[in-house]
Design a protein around this ligand. Structure first.
Ligand code: ATP
Ligand code: MG
Length: 367
């Protein structure tokens, strides 16, 4: 999968920009604040329909203008396509091959993008919320209906918590919420279990490569229901209902839902030790890279095509050896790398690299 070209109108600090991309490596080079991340942000929008930096569409529209447009032409093994996002005052439209879509999940999966930013280097170190958000984004890309399940789950969870905060909790209504929560929850639990199992395998191999075989990375699913491989949707449903029922008094007392997949996390071990507690900074960072980049192989396994990889500002955070390992190991994917400077030009193969030099919202030259 690759992005052939990109058109931006009134996107952040760009008035009007048209770029054609290299099939392999695209380096976006420029000083701070010039518009490198803005370009990859727009590419991300083609995949997810929204920014990864803000949930407020208004912020990405160029100051003092009203109508924004992002269009991208992409190729897959057997098809070509066009994704377009337009944002105007109080309106937003997304088209796939000139046809308006109604729901975000119709967009997901057209262009698969894996984005790696400096925050991802802390994926292992951060709290469970960040890891859950990682899991959710990745599964949604591979399986758009997951996104729907999750939206429904969160909606019901919110309503349930509202009800728990009311003066007199209506237990019949609570029953209804519990059933819905367990219904969507059980789908999500199973999908998360299966995803984590796959990503654990891939990241184990990748980590072995990145550490020269010294470290064994082990990732497992941490959840309150002790979900096992044999569990089916209906067994998970029953487990979940049971938990909710037996904790109802407690939930009413504390006015919040104690059990559910909103408490999930990952157990991450290196050579048998919990890397969050005992790992060095470097080990935590490398484990984060292995975990995050395992999506690339996973998407290829599930979708049959490699995703587009965006490395926003992470490149300069890696030492030369790791930069080279990364570029060499990922030579099958189209990459967009933003960086203030290229310290080790020799790691890129000139014949399949294009350098875009960026200055205050303009691509001033292409090498
Ligand atoms: P760094 O190396 O620091 O990450 P960068 O090149 O990635 O820098 P970007 O984040 O792409 O920088 O661009 C930031 C610039 O975009 C800032 O100068 C900011 O003022 C400008 N900018 C952000 N939003 C808008 C907007 N809505 N309209 C116009 N300009 C904007
Ligand atoms: Mg940036």
């Amino acid at each position: 999968m690759r992005l052939n070209s990109l058109q931006l109108v009134n996107f952040r600090n760009y008035d009007n920009l048209y770029l054609e991309f290299n099939k392999k490596v695209n380096l976006l080079v420029g000083k701070n604040g010039q518009g490198k991340t803005n370009i990859v942000e727009s590419i991300y929008m083609l995949s997810f329909g929204k920014s990864f930096r803000t949930s407020k569409d208004k912020e990405i529209v160029k100051f003092e203008t009203e109508n924004l447009y992002v269009g991208g032409n992409f190729s897959k093994e057997h098809t070509n396509g066009l994704i377009e996002v337009a944002i105007g005052k109080n309106k937003k439209g997304i088209k796939v091959n000139k046809i308006h879509i109604q729901k975000i999940y119709e967009l997901l999966g057209n262009i698969n993008v894996v984005i790696f930013s400096p925050e991802d280097l802390r994926l292992v170190k951060e709290g469970p919320k960040e890891r859950r958000s990682f899991i959710d984004k990745e599964i949604s890309q591979i399986m758009p209906k997951y996104y729907n399940y999750l939206t429904n789950y969160n909606k019901i969870l919110f309503q349930r918590n509202q009800l728990l905060k009311s003066k007199n909790v209506d237990s019949a209504l609570l029953d209804v919420y519990d059933e819905s929560l367990a219904k969507y929850g059980s789908y999500i639990y199973i999908l998360r279990r299966d995803f984590i199992k796959k990503i654990a395998n891939i990241s184990k191999n990748l980590h072995e490569k990145l550490t020269g075989g010294i470290e064994e990375l082990s990732i497992t699913y941490k959840n309150q229901l002790n979900i096992c491989d044999e569990d089916t949707t209906s067994t998970v449903y029953n487990k979940f209902i049971e938990k909710l029922m037996s904790n109802r008094e407690h939930d009413i007392e504390t006015r919040t839902t104690r059990y559910g997949l909103h408490k999930d996390d990952l157990n991450i071990y290196i050579n048998g030790l919990d890397v969050r507690l005992y790992g060095s900074q470097g080990q935590q960072r490398t484990a984060s890279i292995s975990l995050k980049l395992s999506e690339i192989e996973l998407i290829n396994n599930e979708v049959g095509e490699y995703p587009i990889l965006i490395l926003d500002d992470v490149f300069s955070e890696l030492d030369e050896t790791r930069q080279k390992l990364l570029v060499d190991n990922l030579n099958v994917v189209q990459m967009f790398i933003t960086t203030a400077e290229i310290a080790h030009k020799n790691i890129f193969d000139k014949s399949n690299t294009t350098i875009f030099n960026i200055e205050s919202g303009h691509v001033i030259n292409i090498e």
